[in-house]
Design a protein around this ligand. Structure first.
Ligand SMILES: [Zn+2]
Length: 465
């Protein structure tokens, strides 16, 4: 096409399905606290000491989170959530080679031993191990595996709201899948938290948590809680036109009492996912049509028209009111602007858009089923195609698939087959950038586990018969 010659490729119905085992195997390679043959020797048996009082607590295990060795709870719980969505949606047939559900459950079980250790005695859950004191890279290193020595890493004993909600959702999903005893940890965490956050992302995860608790048959109270949370979440949508224009609406606000449109590099479509799940679980609830309508408005008057602005049909990172930072914000309508990629001058970290696009793929795939609209399904595939090579660089961002793969920022173990990179980011002019010259650029080329989780989640919906 044009001046481009692609590698030869197969056109076959299992083109995507056959990538799933590779994407799953990435998680195994990221195990911490054990030797992973051909990847790394036994590691971090001395995890970790509390940041607040220095006390040693056994939090060995879990998964390294990315191209580094840190163990954030939110990002690595996504691994387990992605694996369990795959198991739930495709069952035994997820792997065409017939390995069955056992390897999925064993992998989740491995991660969950660590997650359970991160639950404090008050029922609430800590934020991370080795995230880095002061948000830096200080804990990102191999250790001598002996606790009490200077190289021991730290536990961040902060208890962020989203981590609580994800923990409840995960334990409840495990209780449904293979281990009922996890319901106890879920219930303790649920009861220890108030769920009074006004943040859009928090409310979406709490809605999903309540739904998963309800599905464990833990009680009707969870049905009421899920409906109440979904109602609050739907209330955070911009149903009116803002910024002096009459074309685009239906995006979320960051939180109650904020006019900032919602955007997020990892959980960008989670509000719609939570509302669709609520509507599917309680189709006869008096508010179910309101939840469905909210998602439809979001897709029809926001996501689809914005995706139509480029031939690649990717959903932009977000819309903005005016020019919040000194860089390019593309004019949209009235005072509303948009960027395909994260702003680079808003905060010191910004990165590629893989999870954002895959998260939208998951929502669009779910919406295609819920509303019977094949166009949503097509658009879901556009987001995934961008990740796997349908992008201006012609580069596949999964190691071991496709062509022109950038070399990963994976400084401790090198290549991990099936690992997915942060992906294409934008510069200050909102032009796409990707390190294809071995520059070790973490923003575009680092592995990060949520990308594999969303990849599995989205495909598990698309591949469901
Ligand atoms: Zn480790």
């Amino acid at each position: 096409m044009g001046n481009e010659l692609s590698v030869p490729f197969f056109i076959r119905p299992d083109a995507w399905r056959r990538t799933l085992p590779k994407a799953v195997s990435y998680h195994h390679a990221q195990r911490c606290g054990v030797e992973v043959p051909n990847v790394h020797p036994v590691c971090h048996l001395d995890d970790a000491r509390r940041r607040d009082n220095g006390q040693h607590v056994d939090v060995t295990g879990g998964w390294h989170d990315a191209g580094d060795l840190r163990k954030w709870m939110d990002a690595t719980m996504m691994n387990a959530l992605g694996l369990l969505r795959l198991a739930r949606n495709l069952g035994e047939k997820w792997d065409l080679a017939g390995s069955g559900l056992k390897p999925l459950y064993e992998e989740v079980q491995w991660g969950n031993r660590y997650f359970l250790k991160m639950q404090d005695t008050d029922g609430r859950v800590w934020a991370d191990t080795a995230g880095g004191v002061g948000g830096d890279n200080s804990d990102n290193h191999w250790t001598d595996n002996r606790s009490g020595t200077d190289d021991d890493r730290y536990i961040n004993t902060g208890k962020p709201t989203m981590v609580q909600a994800m923990f409840v959702a995960l334990q409840a999903m495990i209780a449904q899948a293979y281990d009922k005893t996890c319901l106890e940890a879920a219930t303790r965490c649920w009861q220890a938290n108030k769920r009074d956050s006004t943040g859009t992302r928090d409310l979406a995860w709490w809605t999903l948590a309540a739904l998963e608790m309800y599905r464990t048959d833990a009680g009707a109270e969870y049905a009421a809680a899920a409906a109440e949370l979904a109602g609050r979440l739907a209330g955070l949508q911009n149903t009116e036109f803002m910024a002096g224009q009459k074309q685009f609406r239906g995006f979320w606000r960051m939180r109650a009492n904020s006019q900032d449109p919602y955007n997020d590099a990892v959980y960008s479509a989670i509000p719609g996912i939570a509302l669709l799940e609520a509507a599917a679980e309680f189709p006869k609830h008096p508010d179910a049509s309101r939840w469905r309508d909210a998602v439809k408005l979001h897709l029809e008057e926001y996501a689809l028209p914005l995706a139509a602005r480029t031939a690649y049909e990717i959903v932009p990172f977000g819309v903005f009111a005016g020019t919040p930072t000194q860089e390019m914000y593309r004019p949209l309508a009235g005072g509303l602007t948009y960027r395909y990629f994260m702003p680079t001058r808003r905060q010191n970290w910004w990165l590629g858009m893989t999870s954002h696009l895959e998260c939208y793929a998951a929502l669009l795939a779910m919406a295609a089923r819920a509303f019977g609209k094949p166009a949503y399904r097509d658009l879901a595939y556009r987001q995934l195609e961008w990740v796997m090579g349908g992008n201006p660089f012609g580069a596949c961002l999964m190691t071991g698939e496709g062509m022109r793969n950038p070399y990963p920022h994976s400084r401790y173990v090198g290549l991990i087959p099936g690992g997915i990179l942060n992906g294409i980011a934008g510069n200050a002019k909102d032009e796409p950038i990707l390190d294809t010259e071995y520059g070790f650029d973490w923003r575009t080329c680092e592995y990060w586990s949520p990308h594999n989780a969303w990849y599995l989640w989205a495909h598990s919906v698309l591949e469901r018969a």
